[in-house]
Design a protein. Sequence first.
Length: 246
Amino acid sequence: MGVGTLPDDCSTTHTVKKMSRDGATLEQSREQTQTRQYPRFRLRLPVLCESPAVPGYRTFGLTKNVSQGGLLLEVPRPLAAGTWVSLLLIAGNQSARAEAVVVWLAENTPGRMGLQFTEWAGTDSLIWGRLLAFQAGPTPRASLRISIDLEVTCRMPPDTCLPGRAQNLSDTGMMIVLPQRVPPQTRLSVAVPPWLILSPVEAEMEVIWTRDAPHGDGAIHGLYFLADDVGKELFLIGTLLRHLLA
């Protein structure tokens, strides 16, 4: 990403200060859209963010938009401009690792920081390139689906409890297999049990659609999040951590 081509949603031009690796102060102007080097794509993508410069810093975030040169990331605790970070980008059935630097913080939306890629691990830039090519095509996704395989428990009032397996997860919901059909518009609570050092996580969802599973092994259900933003984020983070650690 070149000077003046940062992954933000703002159209106001102003100056951003950051620090280079050798400590020199750099000034960079955030220009309007026409000065961008790379097109941006709106996409909710899970990202694990760590920083060697901030001991103990490890957090999950979700992208607001992405590009070839960087991304706009929403995290619980943003880092200062000029901080170097290591990223694990969960791109559907694959993941990619990259190094990046925080180039700006959103002024009116706390928790958002613009990141500029500086280096990719191996050929992981090809994974990122394929994702962007898909988003530039005729059927882009607003939220990326992550393939997973985790045990879940679905609870429905008053006292029905069904074991199941989650097959994919996104920012809007998940797909699970249950031993029997649950009618659309049914509201239920989906719980992921504790694992190693991870606490259980739970979210309120609603059945949107259902169909028979292959080979007669129960029924597949599409669920939509009903939880508030905080509850949904905690569920996503907890579930994705289990997926990564497994």
